[in-house]
Design a protein around this ligand. Structure first.
Ligand SMILES: *Cc1c(COP(=O)(O)O)cnc(C)c1O
Length: 384
């Protein structure tokens, strides 16, 4: 291999996750696959292929560059929605390719309408309303002005959806805030209905909301982390635990495995320091294996003297500091390790497993962050 490590993505795991999610939301609800952040590190092109083969026909991107990658890799004419950034210069591309997008401020709405007129093409918009997340979205006080503009420009816009996003549906500590958001969203919905502004669909739920607040499911759910096989939080898992079938206590399966191999071996004497500085001193004569992945590959420096990997099915510790391109691991207690032997950084090897969560806990990075930090240039391969 040309690269020092590679990532495997398991298609069968995706199918299982989707089956579980489909069960949660029922047959009628559309599932949008959220592929921002390079599809949470999995690679947008890979995930479009896998998701489409599992029946997904709607993708949510954050920005135009991501939407473009979905467009180029889709073979099923799936719908694409942009939830975040669109630069004015890329708006013509968005309109011409029938990509729907969030509108959360008057300036953007105006630009979208002007562009739609110029191109003689309807802007497919989702109106995002502010319900308490305080990131983007129209304020309650702006609804009259908004409704007026929407009505006046009916020929140029198609009202695809009315949407919002919850501020922490993965933790019960945000319960009151999320409940208030749901109420406020419903007030918006009712108000627009009463004033003759009709949206094709209503959508508010991310993974955590889908799994913990069934009221938020509506016509479509925007599923990110759960489709990749992770609970949004330990709490979401505990909340769902009682309803899970006995024989399948964890229906969400990790898609990713990250693997490398032993680059070289070295003997060190008791009292020697390993790597930069003095953070690790050998307390006995040791054998060290060098693994060619480091912080430039997303293996955080915080894992210095803390991280663990699998070799020959055994859990072995990182010793010394994580460097830019390599780590040293202690293999003194494993017999017959050779150069070229497989090293598992995330995933299963024989009877042991290193999950993203256990990896993440030692650095306080959550699943989301760790996944999206896996560099785009590590080769990904899809396995059955
Ligand atoms: C990221 C995101 C989602 C998906 O969130 P998950 O927790 O990964 O399911 C849904 N909606 C919006 C607006 C998002 O930004």
């Amino acid at each position: 291999m040309f690269h020092t490590s590679y990532i495997e993505i398991r298609k069968s795991a995706y199918k299982q996750n989707l089956k579980f999610l489909r069960n949660q939301v029922g047959e009628k609800v559309k599932i949008s696959s959220v592929i921002k952040g390079n599809a949470y590190g999995h690679g947008i092109e890979n995930m479009v292929l896998i998701a489409e083969s599992a029946g997904i026909r709607h993708f949510s991107a954050y920005s135009t560059d991501e939407a473009k990658r979905v467009k180029h890799s889709s073979t099923k004419k799936s719908e694409i929605m942009i939830m975040g950034m669109i630069d004015d210069v890329s708006l013509p591309w968005v309109l011409e390719n029938d990509i729907s997008f969030y509108v959360f401020e008057f300036e953007r709405l105006k630009v979208a309408i002007d562009m739609a007129k110029r191109l003689n093409k309807k802007a497919l918009i989702h109106v995002e309303v502010e319900t308490g997340f305080h990131r983007t979205g129209y304020e309650w006080e702006e609804k009259e002005k908004l409704a007026k503009i929407l009505k006046e420009n009916e020929p140029y816009i198609s009202l695809e959806g009315l949407c919002t996003h919850y501020a922490g549906a993965e933790s019960i500590s945000n319960y009151v805030r999320v409940k208030k958001q749901i109420d406020r969203y419903n007030e918006f919905k009712q108000w627009f209905f009463d004033h003759g502004v009709k949206f094709k669909i209503h959508h508010t739920a991310c993974s955590a909301a889908t799994l913990s607040y069934p009221d938020t499911i509506m016509d479509m759910v925007r599923i990110g982390i759960a489709q990749y096989g992770y609970w949004p939080s330990q709490e979401t898992y505990m909340y769902n635990f009682k309803n899970l079938e006995e024989n399948q206590k964890n229906p969400l399966k990790r898609l990713i495995s990250w693997k490398s191999k032993v680059m070289s071996l070295k003997k060190v004497k008791m009292g020697d320091f390993i790597g930069y500085g003095t953070s690790f001193m050998a307390s006995r004569d040791m054998t060290i294996a060098l693994v060619p992945i480091g912080y430039s590959h997303g293996f955080s420096r915080n894992l210095s003297n803390l991280g663990k990997v699998l070799i020959h099915g055994k859990i072995v510790p990182v010793v010394g500091t994580v460097t830019m391109n390599s780590i040293s691991v202690d293999i003194t207690d494993i017999k017959e390790v050779e150069k070229g032997d497989e090293v598992v950084i995330i995933g299963r090897q024989k009877r042991n497993e290193i999950t993203i969560a256990s990896f993440g806990e030692s650095t306080q990075q959550v699943n989301y962050e760790l996944l999206t930090r896996l560099p785009q240039d590590i080769p990904r391969k899809i396995i059955a």
